[in-house]
Design a binder for this molecule. Structure first.
Ligand SMILES: Nc1ncnc2c1ncn2[C@@H]1O[C@H](COP(=O)(O)OP(=O)(O)OP(=O)(O)O)[C@@H](O)[C@H]1O
Ligand SMILES: [Mg+2]
Length: 150
């Protein structure tokens, strides 16, 4: 089992898409391991997006992600890093396919509703930026044996 970090961004909260987005992960069978509704500080935003420092969109991105609350989440499941990326969809609106969160609800490369870790290393780094160890809940999901039969 693998863990990934995901986040509904300020546009998702403001547009009332939290339930719609979460439902997709729940229905897929993915387990919620942690969740936090929060404002991101400038300091945390800079740490989270450190890989983008120096890019033309960096200042805008920091402003956007700190502008309104987000829902930070940890999901757990087999190959969940790749699967959550797939369900989120491509970054740019013309590439994001229908059926993905971005493909269905976003028209902008920046305001694209959801974040999803892109590798095992990013997932570990991002989870520890947003959550303390005791905030990640270890429990048995009763549907697991129907979602992962083997
Ligand atoms: N060309 C751009 N112009 C404006 N904003 C951008 C651009 N490219 C990326 N962003 C913003 O920066 C975020 C991080 O970019 P990245 O390249 O990591 O995309 P991603 O991995 O698809 O998205 P995320 O990291 O949020 O899951 C994007 O989700 C988007 O909000
Ligand atoms: Mg990324």
């Amino acid at each position: 089992m693998e863990k990934t970090f995901s986040m509904i961004k300020p546009d998702g909260i403001q547009r009332g898409l939290v339930g719609e987005i979460l439902q997709r992960f729940e229905k897929k069978g993915i387990k919620i391991a942690a969740m936090k509704f929060m404002m991101i500080s400038r300091e945390l935003a800079e740490k989270h997006y450190t890989a983008h420092k120096g890019k033309v969109f960096y200042d805008d991105l920091i402003r956007f992600i700190t502008s309104s609350p987000v829902l930070a989440m940890v999901f757990e499941g087999e190959d969940v890093i790749n699967i959550v990326r797939k369900l989120a969809g491509a970054t740019s609106p013309e590439a994001a396919l229908p059926g993905t969160v971005r493909g269905d609800y976003s028209l902008d490369v920046e305001y694209n509703l959801i974040h999803a870790s892109d590798s095992k290393e990013s997932a570990e780094r991002e989870i520890s930026l947003f959550f303390r160890e005791e905030e990640i809940i270890n429990y048995e999901l009763i549907t697991a044996k129907w979602v992962y039969p083997k």
